[in-house]
Design a protein around this ligand. Structure first.
Ligand SMILES: *Cc1c(COP(=O)(O)O)cnc(C)c1O
Length: 603
């Protein structure tokens, strides 16, 4: 046996006023702010190296060695080795200038500690270096990736078996994967509808054809026969401009192309996606936000109706679980209900993608089975509705506490996942096994998948594992909020739905420019450019995007609108140790005091 994992018993030996056993168990998942777990984790790390070295030795042991002890003793060898070590030491020193993301004092962007199982998963993968483009280049890696996708799909509540997906470098690429799928589906429907219409088999309008759904598609496909060539009506299989002309004459329309309905609080990856897919900025139709900064259902319906009147296919509707700016959850259940109604009432089937890059891990039964749920009802309903959508983006490298690069794309329906029909002459792709033809990326590390897999199997994507960690972060956010509210300073906090806390400090009646200047000052004091007392991030809400939220928020102190944006300090409260009882520092209180010191003299 490589590792002695000790007894499995867990006697309750805690002294009074200490953490609960479940919380103590979590302490084994992170290194700890002062590297408290260094000793045993160092041994585990060495054990991994030993096992790997030994595997290599056993593999083709009769081949003999290529590097002798004599070689190692030569001056050339020794000189090179010294050089490597010297450079490495310099590098280590340079990295001492890195952002100390592990510290509970880091409450800036969407990262903090990485978990120990994730690190070990990463290192093991690094050593073996599988390329998850195909099973030819990765025997074990692709299997683990598949299992990791199943773990994530299970956490989100998808049915077993159907969902397909893969790991990406992050949420951005996962969102592109969704765009590619939604576009393929729409183009397939339009091409099939056009072909059927040109053969007198169907009379649908362009909008109806674009949203025919798989049932109607299958019927038409049967009638057309499986050797029908659809490329004449398929923009990405032919020439998009010529195809548009053919679509026009077939449907008797003036085809303006599809639209994508994205909320105003979208992540900027969607802007990139629209540029990459060549749809044009105009095709990007914004759905308005309500007073809470979430998708406004009326605006969504209006947009769909507008598209229908203009015969513009809705390529996809995007909603967000945990926005990048405020951590807000769109009413995914109500959005899906609107789309379900379109399907049942009008036969209009619209693709729905949930960008859950940040908030997806809250599906790890954060509410638990207790009534001490720290997420609101609306958030729980939104999370429960995720498996009703067509696809989802998740970022294990955010609330999964997995190292970069680890994003994931999960698609509810295998048919929608397998969108591409691509071949490479030098890779023997097997469609069921190999991600290669279906992924935007080519060569891909298995590390993000393996790291996620090992955390899923150890921390657990459930109420007792991630659920418990994330509950702690929600509690820490509440404590920070309470400490800020306690100050003799007018702190204005945006009501938060998750573990992101955004605030500014504003006197009654003062102008927004004055408030924004103060926020900028706080940001600079806790900026990532230097090691101050704390690290924060900031975000800017524009009135053009967050009009209702900003207006009602600023009204609370009768702020004067001399600028069209509101700058906020944004805290991503992710570190599992912020509200530890054992540390010498009460971080929430220390932070509030530090803020107060910074704003003194600005009133
Ligand atoms: C972080 C984030 C993304 C982008 O993910 P990356 O991993 O940075 O590429 C997309 N959408 C949302 C909502 C995010 O929070």
């Amino acid at each position: 046996m490589l590792f002695d994992i000790g007894s499995q018993e867990e006697p309750d030996t805690r002294p009074p006023d200490q953490c609960e056993p479940g919380d103590i168990a979590l302490k084994s998942f992170f290194l700890g702010p002062q590297s408290e777990n260094a000793d045993w984790f160092g041994e585990v790390f060495n054990g991994v190296l030993t096992a790997y070295f030994s595997w290599r030795r056993r593999m083709y042991q009769h081949d003999g060695t290529a590097i002798s002890d004599g070689d190692i003793q030569t001056p050339q060898f020794q000189r090179r080795r010294r050089q490597m070590i010297a450079q490495m030491q310099q590098l280590l020193q340079r990295f001492e200038g890195e952002v100390p993301k592990f510290s509970p004092r880091y409450i800036g962007h969407m990262f903090s500690e990485t978990s120990l199982p994730a690190m070990i998963g990463h290192v093991i993968t690094l050593l073996h270096n599988p390329n998850n483009v195909s099973g030819e280049a990765s025997r074990v890696g692709v299997q683990i990736e598949r299992e990791a996708v199943e773990e994530l799909a299970g956490m989100l509540g998808f049915d077993e078996g159907q969902p397909r997906g893969h790991f990406t470098s992050g949420g951005t690429v996962a969102n592109f994967e969704a765009m590619v799928r939604a576009r393929r589906r729409m183009e397939r429907f339009i091409a099939t509808g056009a072909r059927a219409r040109s053969e007198g088999l169907d009379e649908s309008t362009l909008f109806e054809a674009a949203h025919m759904g798989w049932e109607r598609y299958d019927e038409l496909y049967d009638q057309l026969g499986d050797d029908t060539d659809l490329s004449a009506f398929w923009p990405t299989e032919d020439n998009p401009y010529r195809v548009a002309a053919r679509i026009n004459s077939c449907f008797g329309t003036d085809y303006q192309g599809p639209v994508v309905l994205v909320p105003a609080h979208k992540h900027y990856s969607w802007t990139k996606g629209v540029q990459l897919t060549g749809l044009g900025a105009e095709a990007f139709w914004t759905v308005d936000l309500n007073e809470q900064g979430m998708v406004c259902i009326d605006s969504l319906t209006e947009r769909i109706e507008q598209a229908r009147q203009q015969q513009r296919p809705v390529m996809m509707v995007v909603s967000v679980a945990g926005t990048t700016e405020l951590g807000t959850f769109d009413p995914i259940d109500r959005i899906q209900q609107v789309l379900d109604d379109y399907r049942s009432r009008h036969g209009v089937d619209i693709y729905h993608h949930v960008d859950a890059a940040y908030g997806g891990f809250f599906a790890a039964n954060v509410c638990g089975d207790t009534d001490s749920c720290n997420l609101g009802d609306g958030v729980c309903r939104a999370i429960e509705a995720i498996p009703r959508a067509n696809s989802v983006t998740l970022d294990p490298h955010k609330l999964g506490y997995v190292p970069y690069a680890s994003g994931a794309f999960v698609c509810a329906d295998a048919r929608e996942y397998f969108a591409n029909d691509i071949d490479a002459p030098y890779v023997a792709f097997e469609p069921e096994r190999d991600p290669g033809p279906q992924t935007i990326e080519g060569s891909r590390s298995a590390a993000g998948a393996v790291a996620t897999w090992l955390t899923a199997r150890t921390v657990g994507l459930n109420s007792d594992g991630y659920g418990r960690i994330l509950r702690r972060t929600l509690r820490a956010r509440q404590r920070l909020e309470a400490e800020l509210n306690h100050l003799n300073t007018p702190v204005r906090i945006i009501p938060s739905q998750s573990n992101i806390l955004s605030f500014c400090i504003a006197r009654d009646d003062e102008s927004l420019s004055e408030t924004n200047r103060r926020t900028q000052r706080i940001y600079e004091a806790f900026s990532p450019q230097r090691n101050g007392e704390f690290f924060v991030s900031k975000t800017t809400l524009r009135r053009s995007e967050y009009r209702q939220l900003i207006e009602s928020f600023v009204q609370r102190w009768d702020g004067q609108f001399d600028e069209d944006q509101l700058v906020l300090i944004r805290l991503c409260v992710m570190n599992p140790f912020i509200d530890s009882r054992e540390t010498n520092t009460n971080f929430p209180r220390a932070f509030a005091r530090a803020v107060e010191r910074q704003v003194m003299g600005t009133f």
